[in-house]
Design a protein around this ligand. Structure first.
Ligand SMILES: Cc1cc2nc3c(=O)[nH]c(=O)nc-3n(C[C@H](O)[C@H](O)[C@H](O)COP(=O)(O)O)c2cc1C
Length: 189
């Protein structure tokens, strides 16, 4: 399937970008076609309703075209969505057609804190519902991510390893189901 991973922060050492790269590799290893949208691809002008969508936003829209499912890897800022990611989805929501509409979305977060970015993911759910995207019931959180992710973004701890494998399997099942493809039963939650 054609899939995209979008997120991470803009800083060079972003833990969320490391996690995103690990998730992208894991999906590629399962034979899927991956587009990675992070770093400079998300360095967009601040949303201004008086302006037409800038070239950077149209490039993001083009990169999302034709995908069957999306993984969003979001840092948590003050218990919510960081501004560069909210800015990106606000721009995308003004386009016709809105490229996020109807997409199944797996939410993921990594944080050095104890909650692993869970509160940011709760903030994403109403935003995605408003965009007509389907945030899946499973999600990935990596607490203490400065200690629990290796240099390539792979989890070091057994609980996170298991959670990531289960969440990716569930994401692929839902995405195949929504496309009407043959599928296995959903893994146990
Ligand atoms: C403005 C700001 C607010 C933050 N608020 C939270 C928070 O509410 N919860 C949390 O777990 N971490 C919070 N953090 C810490 C981030 O989780 C941490 O900096 C993390 O490494 C950011 O993701 P990144 O590594 O992908 O850049 C905040 C960081 C910043 C810069």
């Amino acid at each position: 399937m054609k899939l995209a991973v979008l997120g991470g922060s803009l800083r060079r050492e972003s833990l969320n970008r490391r996690l995103l790269e690990h998730l992208a590799r894991s999906l590629e290893q399962r034979g899927h076609d991956l587009r990675t949208l992070s770093g400079d691809a998300l360095r967009l002008p601040l949303f201004d309703a008086d302006l037409p969508a800038p070239a950077e936003v149209l490039a993001l829209r083009d990169a999302l075209e034709g995908i069957h499912g999306l993984v969003i890897v979001s840092p948590e800022y003050n218990a919510g969505i960081p501004p560069h990611l909210k800015n990106a989805v606000d721009w995308l929501s003004t386009l016709a057609p809105n490229p996020l509409k109807g997409l199944p979305v797996l939410l993921a977060a990594a944080s050095p804190g104890a909650f692993g970015g869970a509160r940011a993911l709760l903030s994403w759910r109403p935003v995605l519902a408003n965009l007509g995207a389907l945030a899946l019931p499973v999600a990935i959180t990596v607490p203490l991510a400065d200690k629990n992710l290796d240099a390539n973004g792979a989890p070091l701890e057994a609980r996170a390893k298991g959670e990531i494998q289960k969440a990716l399997a569930s994401f692929l099942e839902w995405t195949a189901r929504l496309r009407g493809e043959p599928h296995d039963p959903l893994p146990p939650s």
